[in-house]
Write a protein that binds this ligand. Structure first.
Ligand SMILES: Nc1nc2c(ncn2[C@@H]2O[C@H](COP(=O)(O)OP(=O)(O)O)[C@@H](O)[C@H]2O)c(=O)[nH]1
Ligand SMILES: [Mg+2]
Length: 646
């Protein structure tokens, strides 16, 4: 369990932590000199539960709220400290508001300095505290009158904390590992150590993790959890993690960064959130208000884009997009705090709905519907709600990342839903079963229509088919749909064209006779089929009608028009494409160039240029300067290596 203090400066927080743990958390020289906490202090003590409880002692001074915020982000229990002589003061209220906005619902109040006041004052301040707590997450927190330095009343509080620690069920180490770094330092002989509260998951020695947002890979060499050396640490603990990595020296690591599983590394500067404005704010929160944003141990600046309505009224909640000046790590469900532009007061709290928010169309009704779906309490409910509104399905990679689903979580979530999982380049899309069935029918119906309108044509190519669908589909989804239809034989690919299995475009009888004579000549040419003029000479034909025939055959998918004067059987082009693929496979960057291709294929310089340009046109390759990159598998673009049968 992690307990954080809260409350106004000089109310006795640090003294109380010392009374409970024996540890002085004001360790900085400046803190000792000024007699005031500036940064976070940490102490660990076993209150009798067998496992140490971690104390985070926060500074109360208004100038150091930023540090306070970094300390309370992942705590289980708040210990609000109020001095009996002062009673509730400004940072008592502000800290309480922050705890409330962060959703911290477990805590106790220490009413300190009772040695300085009489019983009537204790009763009066107790009533003020009760009033301040009313309506907050800590409304039923017990109040312990005490005096830290003398120890008066401290045992009762200690007893209560011990019981709370014992009763706090260890949170399940769900999700991928994520730790909000609040300190980093070098230990002689060990190297770099980062410390912080674990937000999710677990970490073990030997794990490979990522420093984020820097994107520096590291390896875990050692772990202390709650100040004790361990093999593994997890959520609910503060950990110090000794990390090593080749790029560590160059990375500036500090408070606000994350140490996390690589799957969660995705820095972002746009967060769609549900914001709640404090009721004590004098004015509504207007669109494009500059603010300070605190999330995890991170503090940055940015602006609030109000997504619905003109503004958010004091005490109200509303949807907003935070446009940040700096990239940070954030996930769905993260709580954050907004302070005003001059960092003088806390104004609002937020819950992250989508950490990967779009720039365009952020306030469109469709987008607001998506955000409403993301407000559902569980990943399963959110996904189901999204599927009813997302016509193109839900891209599962960002969804799983945003909801911090491990591979196991993801599989079990998807198993129980009435969805189809569509493999797409670089990931997977989930789509509702009925929507999927409707899309399949729409594509097949469009294909049938094309065949009716063009009975002598093999079928449309991908681009034409997609363009003529009644509704626009996202390219990835369309691609996945085609793969599924091709895989189960509902659709067939002939060269670049697509057709229904029962549809065969046929050459006219005269053309068929000519094709029978041509085919062996073309096949004999292997990777270098004869040019039109050579074919014309071999068959004693005039080049003009022969060219017209070849174009007809190309439209039907029998041949591919690689150049004005050269037509390839698809199988021969597929063989050349295989050569390109093999060349790219040997290069680390998966690239190949024209000279390599010419040498390997032996088709000569001029034909090489023509073939490669045709590859680009067909969407098989993309040119990048002197090089080419393979975009799709040969089979997918040029089909099987068999020539179409007549
Ligand atoms: N008499 C008395 N003094 C206290 C008590 N608690 C703290 N103090 C004194 O109040 C001052 C501020 O205490 P400190 O723990 O630093 O307050 P913090 O700013 O909330 O951390 C110190 O001089 C403490 O010795 C208490 O219960 N009784
Ligand atoms: Mg202090």
């Amino acid at each position: 369990m992690i307990i954080a203090t809260a409350g106004h400066v000089d109310h006795g927080k640090t003294s109380l932590v010392r009374a409970l743990t024996g540890i002085d958390t004001d360790r900085l020289e400046e803190e000792k000199r000024r007699g005031m906490s500036i940064d976070l202090g940490f102490a660990y003590v076993d209150l009798g539960a067998g496992e140490p409880v971690g104390f985070v002692d926060v500074p109360g001074h208004e100038r150091f709220i930023r540090n306070m915020l970094a300390g309370v982000a992942a705590i289980d229990f708040a210990l609000l400290v109020v001095a009996a002589d002062d009673g509730p003061m400004p940072q008592t209220a502000e800290h309480l508001a922050i705890l409330n906005l962060l959703g911290i619902g477990q805590g106790a109040v220490a009413l300190t300095k009772i040695d300085r006041v009489d019983a009537a004052r204790i009763a009066a301040v107790t009533a003020q505290i009760r009033a301040a707590l009313a309506g907050s997450g800590l409304h039923d927190a017990p109040i312990f009158p005490l005096a830290g330095p003398s120890g008066l009343g401290v045992p009762a509080l200690r007893q209560h904390l011990a019981e709370a620690a014992a009763a706090t069920v260890a949170k399940a180490a769900r999700g991928n590992f994520r730790l909000a770094i609040d300190r980093s330092f070098t230990v002689a002989g060990a190297g770099l150590v980062v410390t912080g509260a674990v937000f999710s998951g677990a970490v073990a020695i030997g794990d490979r993790l990522m420093l984020s947002p820097q994107g520096v890979p590291v390896r875990v060499r050692g772990i202390h959890a709650q100040n004790q050396p361990v093999e593994a640490g997890q959520i609910g603990q503060r950990c110090a993690v000794n990390i090593a990595g080749t790029d560590l020296k160059r990375a500036a690591i500090g408070r606000g960064d994350w140490l996390l599983a690589e799957a969660l590394h995705h820095p972002t500067d746009r967060l769609d959130v549900n914001l709640r404005l404090l009721a004590t704010e004098p004015r509504p929160l207007n669109h494009w208000t500059p603010v300070h944003v605190h999330l995890g141990a991170m503090a940055t600046t940015g602006r609030v884009a109000v997504l619905a309505g003109k503004n958010i009224a004091p005490g109200d909640a509303g949807l907003a997009q935070l446009v940040l000046d700096q990239k940070l790590g954030a996930l769905h469900g993260d709580r954050l705090i907004l302070r005003d532009q001059s960092a003088q007061r806390t104004i609002a709290g937020g819950l992250v709905l989508d950490p990967f928010a779009p720039t365009r169309g952020r306030a469109r009704p469709e987008r607001l519907a998506i955000l409403a779906a993301l407000e559902r309490p569980t990943a399963g409910e959110a996904l189901q709600a999204l599927l009813t509104i997302a016509a193109d399905g839900v891209d599962l990679a960002p969804f799983a990342q945003s909801w911090n689903l491990t591979e196991v979580d993801r599989q079990s979530l998807l198993r129980d839903l009435p969805i189809v999982r569509v493999a797409v380049p670089g990931g997977e899309i989930a789509i509702g079963e009925s929507r999927w069935a409707a899309l399949r029918s729409a594509v097949l119906a469009q294909l049938a229509l094309h065949h009716r309108q063009h009975p002598d044509h093999v079928g449309p190519d991908e681009r034409a088919l997609r363009q003529h669908l009644p509704q626009r589909l996202a390219p990835a989804l369309f691609h996945g749909l085609l793969q599924a239809l091709l895989a189960d034989g509902a659709m067939i690919r002939d060269g670049l064209n697509l057709r229904l299995p029962q549809h065969r475009a046929r050459l006219a009888p005269a053309d068929q006779a000519l094709w029978q004579k041509l085919q062996p000549l073309l096949q004999a040419g292997a990777l270098r089929p004869p040019r039109v003029l050579e074919l014309a000479a071999a068959l004693h034909l005039d080049a003009v009608p022969l060219t017209a025939f070849l174009r007809r055959a190309a439209r039907l998918g029998y041949l591919l028009p690689v150049a004005e004067n050269r037509f390839y059987p698809p199988s021969a082009l597929a063989a050349l494409a295989n050569i390109a693929e093999a060349l790219a496979a040997t290069s680390p960057e998966r690239l190949f160039n024209a000279a390599e291709f010419r040498d390997r294929s032996g088709i000569g310089r001029n034909l090489t240029i023509e073939v490669l340009e045709f590859f680009d046109k067909a969407g098989f390759t993309r040119r990048a300067g002197n090089q080419r990159r393979i975009l799709r598998p040969v089979l997918e673009v040029f089909g099987a290596a068999e020539p179409p049968k007549t």
